[in-house]
Design a protein around this ligand. Structure first.
Ligand code: NOJ
Length: 547
């Protein structure tokens, strides 16, 4: 395999909600031309690849994940021409772009569904999953628990029920129909021909349904995804598929196949355990989940993240852990949504600078390629009083003006209010101030990204805890090695709010430690042990050299 095709192994990703990023034409909605203008900011931050959330025509009942036309751009965002311009400007700067590929469902306003509803004789009827009653597939869970009571919805026109895993306005496509399978390959081809570097494939576990199963991760689903992969490898080598499967690691492992299905997969179970570890001030949740994480083929990579556009999902934790997370991170009922928490990173971590940086240090140093959710790099806040997940999708705060530099429009005209609370309003949190301040969160994140990218070990290397993780003294210290070929890094992080001294056993005393990141430390090597004083929430990255 061509190694440049493996660019995603050590790339830093950034998730963009286009509506929220930058409104160039002043209609109150972010747009593609606006995003194009901000590529310089993203390049400067060190971003290698953007993931754009859905930008297609849609009635927006699930913020664009309900697609009404797979072959166009939502007028709020611009035109196909604007999209081409975005791709070429990004590529000129060495930034790749992946887009959302929503395979599982369409909007009920999609022409296929409008036709399908006309009845059994319509050629599009069989593009969706219909039944005369609502009894089949009763073992499939309901995902949008707070809104939906069933995965079946009655359609008055067709006089039948149709199947949907998300909102009722998002009917599931029928993958048993070969025309559907072909249509969706055509959709992928269209965007690949426009130059996208791949897809974040939405909700892939649910493509097929089979009675007597929970209708997730079925062999038929994997077979189709492998077909999609082959199509990409054959015609568009170097483009990638990123898997959104909110599943346990052993199930996500299946989506990597033998290196012939997805290139990347989100590590959903790791994410909440980073938050557990930070709050409990101990590494055990991370130790546990990494033990449960099987090895993956060399040409594949985990995608790690702290937050995204959805609620912080608590599907991949036990009931007891979920209650614990809600109690600690979502004390107000309004902060909870479905099986998760609708808050952003900075408010979740009490807007505590040390904890936020520590969370990023973990994100950038644990195995996988990291993805940053827009705005988290400046510590943006949220608005839990907005409906659904909109509170974590508010306008990007570029400067301290009333519309936060997001739009020339009056603030009243924006698609969503700018965060206005006393801690996170644009006077307190904005890109311009932080860009000019070497001590800002943004500057720290930028530094971490630069360092991460100058060492191969992060993307390619082995991971090994630096000491016996069962020892009690190791509890609050996340210390591990990352190593690749003759490069070796030692990462030491103090999850505790207390200053402490860590004693880390070394395999040899004939080594030197070169601190590559962190406030200069008091580290002493003596008798096969490294002794290091750690401040609360401290993190240090060292390069290890033998002599
Ligand atoms: C997962 C997406 O992340 C979420 O935002 C969306 O609502 C569902 N898939 C349905 O497409």
């Amino acid at each position: 395999m061509n190694s440049t095709h493996l660019w995603y192994k050590n790339a830093v990703f950034y998730q963009v909600y286009v509506r929220a990023f930058y409104d160039r034409n002043g209609d109150g909605h972010g747009d593609l031309i606006g995003l194009t203008q901000k590529l310089g900011y993203l390049k400067d931050l060190g971003i290698d690849c953007l993931w754009l959330m859905p930008i297609y025509p849609s009635p927006l009942l699930d913020d664009g994940y309900d697609i009404a036309d797979f072959y166009n751009i939502h007028p709020d965002y611009g035109t196909l021409q604007d999209f081409k311009q975005l791709i070429s400007s990004a590529h000129e700067r060495g930034i790749r772009i992946i887009t959302d590929l929503v395979l599982n469902h369409t909007s009920d306003q999609h022409n296929w569904f409008l036709e399908a509803r006309k009845g059994k004789d319509n050629p599009y009827h069989d593009y969706y999953v219909w039944r005369d009653d609502d009894q089949d597939y009763s073992e499939a869970r309901i995902i949008f628990l707070d809104i939906e009571e069933s995965n079946w919805a009655w359609d008055d026109n067709a006089h039948q029920y149709y199947w949907h895993r998300f909102y009722a306005s998002q009917p599931d496509l029928n993958y048993d129909n070969s025309s559907v399978r072909q249509e969706m390959l055509k959709v992928a081809k269209f965007w690949l021909d426009l130059g996208v570097d791949g897809f974040r494939a939405d909700a892939v576990p649910y493509l097929f349904e089979r009675d007597g199963t929970n209708c997730e991760n079925l062999p038929e689903t994997h077979a189709y995804l492998k077909e999609l992969r082959q199509f990409i490898d054959r015609n568009y080598p170097g483009r990638i598929l990123l898997c959104e499967a909110n599943q346990w690691p052993e199930e996500v492992r299946e989506y990597f196949g033998e290196g012939d299905e997805f290139h990347m997969g989100f590590h959903f179970p790791l994410m909440p355990r980073i938050f557990m570890a930070l709050c409990k001030e101990e590494i055990s949740p991370i130790v546990w989940v990494l033990e449960k994480t099987p090895p993956i083929p060399e040409n594949t990579q985990w995608t790690t993240f702290l937050r995204n556009h959805d609620e912080l999902t608590l599907e991949m934790v036990t009931e007891e852990e979920r209650q614990w997370m809600w109690q600690h991170y979502a004390p107000l009922p309004r902060m909870r949504l479905n099986l998760g928490i609708r808050r952003r990173l900075a408010p979740l971590l009490d807007n505590h600078r040390g904890k936020i940086e520590l969370a990023f240090s973990l994100l950038f140093s644990l195995p996988g390629s990291p993805i940053i959710y827009y705005g988290d790099e400046i510590g943006m806040g949220d608005d839990i009083w907005l409906e659904d997940r909109n509170g974590v999708r508010t306008p990007m705060q570029w400067d301290n003006s009333p519309a936060a530099g997001f739009s020339p429009a009056d603030p009243e005209r924006l698609y969503a209010p700018i965060i206005s609370n006393s801690e996170f309003n644009p006077q307190k949190v904005n890109v311009t101030n932080q860009t000019n301040d070497p001590g800002s969160l943004l500057s720290s994140i930028k530094k971490m990204i630069t360092l991460r990218k100058s060492f191969q070990s992060f993307g390619w290397g082995e991971f090994e805890w630096a000491f016996d993780t069962k020892q009690t003294q190791s509890k609050p210290i996340a210390a591990f090695y990352r190593s690749y070929l003759d490069e070796k890094l030692l990462i030491i992080q103090n999850l505790s709010s207390q200053a402490l001294t860590a004693e880390i056993p070394l395999s040899s005393s004939s080594i030197s430690l070169n601190e590559i990141l962190g406030k200069s430390s008091n580290a002493l090597i003596n008798n096969h042990t490294l002794s290091i004083d750690l401040q609360p929430f401290d993190y240090h990255w060292f390069q290890v050299k033998s002599f």
